[in-house]
Write a protein that binds this ligand. Structure first.
Ligand SMILES: [Zn+2]
Length: 96
């Protein structure tokens, strides 16, 4: 079985864009173990986050990919971008 260190490494590498083969090679864990880990943790596969506040968004399959968790974040994002002229990514606070 994998220990916590290995789990963290898998998730980190996977998010950085490594495939199961590369991860298996780097960590010396069997590729099937890694594949099944990825399958059992679909959230790390495509955790899309709100561009503005960083909250994890649950995507609806087959629909357009959402970029914001709420309309409020969407308009805050565009306001920030055009009024302040800065980069609003991650500037918001997560909304509950
Ligand atoms: Zn948001």
């Amino acid at each position: 079985m994998m220990d916590n260190f290995e789990r963290r490494e898998i998730e980190r590498m996977y998010r950085d864009g490594y495939g199961p083969t590369a991860i298996s090679y780097e960590l010396g864990i069997s590729i099937n173990t890694i594949k099944s880990y990825i399958r059992r943790h679909p959230s790390m596969k495509k955790a899309s986050r709100c561009l503005y506040c960083g909250k994890v968004i649950s995507q609806t399959k087959g629909r357009k990919v959402k970029k914001f968790c709420s309309d409020r974040c969407r308009s805050a994002y565009w306001n920030y971008k055009y009024r302040k002229g800065g980069n609003p990514v991650g500037k918001g606070r997560p909304q509950v």
